[in-house]
Ligand binder design. Structure first.
Ligand code: GLY
Ligand code: MN
Ligand code: MN
Length: 432
């Protein structure tokens, strides 16, 4: 709870005088009476550690940090609702447990927020993320404006709270990296199990089930995103999630799957042969992607830019594509013309954290930002060869991606997903 409180204080110290309003995510209906599994809002959770729906964090920052006030609005205790839906903290217990200065029933929000906003110069709020909240917040501002003849002023400025919070979230604490490492370890175990249980004639969904099995057995709350379990040609569909085809002897299987543990995501891709043995051409392409990935990971260190790992991967991949006869010309020319995008059409990674594509800018003032200790990212080059007239048929339908989760350290990097088998020899041995 101490870390959440420190983050709240950090936020108010970055705010000028004003009020921040940060609601958690709504519950969402899947169909009729069935809801999607609830997932809190990442910004809200980052500042509160509070996982219940129908909650709002409000902070009033006065210039002079000691006067800042941190308030939680949450659901009341309710015996009947708790019989149906489970435990609720209620404002009193939540205030003590989560170290807030004040806590109130969520039912008092409409009455209290206009009072809190009165005479404040600035509202910090993430406009445009949720239409229903935007309407409510606008209503509160208008209510304050209506009181103008009583000498009350409404905030003249609305400032996107995300721009402060994204810069905070982009640097992970040691505690956060520990949770991410645990999420990574559970996810690597799931990938190992998938490799061990994959056989020709099983279905993609049977392997998907094995991933879920490990995630839940090991205490992860959910997959961090819908897994991609893509046999053969399906691996060349970047966001393939149908996961319903039969696995064929001689094909590769690409699995992109990671769990969410206590709010934090792992994001791992491995590609391996359905029958346990790479064919010569599969092995050639696999080893090319692996070399590109190793080169990219080597470029993850403080002082390098966000783009350096991508450029490192690109150089290796493009040289390989030229060697295979799939691209023509020099490495520089192929990179310049972007001809490689026929086979590698995405970038080499993204920030990773509470969100699988985590918060934080990739450029600052128009330049790729520098990597700093505490940043966490994925490194995930790939090569996807669809059938095409100017590609020799033995390459067709090979889709490979290798994705690891990496933390930037003081001296270089730490691969959080190091326990997922990656070399041809490791994979073939595990699959025996
Ligand atoms: N699994 C989503 C991604 O790799 O970006
Ligand atoms: Mn990824
Ligand atoms: Mn992924």
């Amino acid at each position: 709870m101490e870390s959440y409180r420190t983050r709240r204080q950090h936020l108010t110290s970055k705010m000028q005088s004003g009020v921040a309003i940060i609601p958690t995510a709504p519950e969402r209906i899947r169909n009729r009476d069935a809801h999607y599994p609830y997932r809190f809002d990442s910004y809200f959770y980052y500042l509160t550690g509070f996982r219940e729906p129908e909650a709002v964090f409000v902070t009033v920052a006065e210039t002079g940090q000691s006067e800042s006030k941190h308030i939680l609005f949450c659901r009341d205790k309710d015996e009947t609702r708790e019989i149906w839906d489970g435990f609720r903290y209620g404002p009193e217990v939540a205030k003590e447990t989560f170290c807030f200065d004040e806590a109130y029933s969520i039912s008092r929000l409409d009455e209290m927020i206009p009072e809190i906003l009165a005479n404040q110069p600035t509202l910090y709020y993430a406009l445009g993320q949720d239409a229903a909240w935007d309407i409510r917040v606008t209503g509160w501002i208008n209510q304050v404006k209506e009181a103008v003849r009583k000498g009350v002023s409404a905030p003249a400025k609305i400032y996107d709270s995300c721009s402060i919070l994204d810069e905070m979230r982009i640097i992970k604490s040691a505690e956060e990296i520990d949770v991410m490492k645990n999420a990574a370890v559970i996810s690597t175990e799931a990938h190992r199990r998938a490799m061990q249980l994959t056989r020709p004639d099983k279905h993609e969904y049977e392997i998907e089930a094995e991933l879920f099995c490990i995630f839940r057995q090991r205490g992860a709350q959910a997959p961090a995103y819908t897994p991609i379990v893509a046999g053969g040609a399906n691996a060349c569909i970047l966001h393939y999630i149908e996961n319903n085809a039969k696995l064929k002897d001689g094909d590769l299987l690409l699995i992109d799957a990671g769990c969410e543990l206590d709010g934090y995501a792992a994001d791992i891709t491995r590609t391996f042969p359905v029958n346990g043995k790479f064919s010569p051409v599969q092995k050639d392409v696999y080893e090319l992607v692996l070399s590109a990935q190793v080169a990219a990971i080597a470029a993850v260190r403080p002082g390098n830019t966000w783009d350096d790992p991508h450029q490192a991967a690109l150089k290796v991949l493009v040289q390989g594509l030229i060697d295979f006869g799939l691209c023509q010309g020099s490495v520089d020319a192929v990179i310049e013309s972007e001809d490689y995008k026929r086979f590698y059409m995405h970038r080499t990674g993204h920030w990773l954290g509470l969100d699988v594509h985590d918060a934080g800018d990739y450029k600052l003032n128009g330049s790729w930002r520098l990597l700093q200790p505490g940043m966490t990212l994925t490194v995930e080059p790939g090569c996807y060869i669809r059938p095409s007239e100017n590609v020799p048929p033995h390459f067709w339908n090979i889709g490979i991606r290798i994705e690891d989760d990496v933390a930037v350290t003081e001296t270089g990097h730490d691969i959080l997903t190091i326990t997922a088998p990656k070399s041809v020899a490791e994979i073939e041995e595990l699959m025996q």
